[in-house]
Design a protein around this ligand. Structure first.
Ligand code: GLU
Length: 304
């Protein structure tokens, strides 16, 4: 059952899809802002989806904090927020469809058994090894496009060997649906035309392309944004103390301005003192994805 109507006349619908494992940090603000500006410049819609598919990873109240933070930075979304924890029936019916078509299969193997192979060698493709054991469900990577390919607006056409990707897990042994399946089903059922997100998610895109093909879904456009990195060159994350987002007016203005800089939009320095509404209006008037440096990393501003 398709829960959301997909309007085929929508020219641009984009989304920000945070996992509420904690409050947003500066790196996630940059991803949110990039996807917001890209959508607004195109006269498009910008939706928010809370990817709380893995409840143990999502502390109570974190999603509400994330939404409050977006509001505080003036990032107003269209449509209703979609919560992945409510979407299990949609994911299950997509999985059932793949299984019926012989494109997905149950797998009882443990990582320990295949660790030395690098990627899972597909032993259960021809029948589950141990039907009594808990099973994960995997996508057959050997029946799709070869090589797998997709276009990124910044990086151009990227090609992948499906054998090197392996048979991605769609549902885990603990019965939770995997991010790859959830994101593909939701992007399609919500009618997303554009995926703008951080470069850290680039490695997932080939699997998502495979899944879109297997499910007969349309192909969204992709833009992977250069990442903001910490001083040590690592991706910003809660673990390496990414700058937390401010909740005071002065801090919010400065961080929004810093996010425009991180996206290579070269805002005029006086904009740093303007309220979010004005900064976003400037961003919409000036946004150019072509200005994004293709170098995958840039340093984070210092926390003030
Ligand atoms: N939920 C993912 C994250 O927070 C992002 C998913 C996506 O944009 O496709 O990293």
């Amino acid at each position: 059952m398709v829960l959301m109507e997909t309007d085929t006349h929508i020219r641009y619908r984009g989304r920000f899809a945070p996992t509420p494992s904690g409050p947003l940090h500066f790196g996630s603000l940059v991803a949110a802002l990039g996807s917001y500006l890209d959508a607004r410049v195109a006269g498009g819609e910008w939706w928010v989806r809370i990817e709380d598919i893995d409840p143990p990873r999502c502390p109570q109240g974190a999603a509400a904090t994330v939404l409050r933070q977006l509001e505080a930075f003036g990032l107003e979304w269209d449509g209703k927020v979609l919560w992945q924890h409510r979407r299990a029936p949609a994911y299950q019916s997509a999985l059932d469809r793949l299984v019926e078509q012989g494109l997905a299969y149950a797998c009882s193997c443990s990582r320990k058994q295949w660790r030395n192979y690098g990627v899972y060698p597909g032993w259960c493709r021809s029948g589950v090894g141990n039907a009594e054991a808990p099973c994960a469900w995997r996508l057959r990577s050997d029946l799709g496009e070869h090589p797998a390919r997709f276009d990124d607006r910044l990086l151009g056409t990227l090609t992948f060997d499906p054998a090197a990707l392996g048979d991605v897990v769609l549902k885990r042994k603990d019965e939770l649906f995997a991010y790859q399946l959830a994101v593909v089903v939701d992007d399609a059922e919500q009618g997303m035309t554009d995926v703008v997100r951080g470069m850290d998610l680039l490695d997932n895109t080939p699997w998502q392309r495979q899944l879109q093909r297997a499910l007969g879904y349309p192909r969204p456009r992709y833009l992977h944004l250069p990442l903001v990195v910490a001083d040590n060159g690592q991706k910003l994350s809660k673990q390496n103390l990414a700058p937390t987002l401010a909740d005071d007016e002065r801090g919010i203005r400065q961080q929004l301005f810093d996010a425009l800089i991180a996206l290579d939009q070269a805002p005029p320095s006086e904009l740093a003192h303007s309220p979010p509404r004005e900064q976003l209006a400037w961003g919409i008037a000036h946004w150019s994805a072509a200005r994004l440096a293709t170098a995958p990393t840039r340093p984070a501003p210092q926390e003030s």
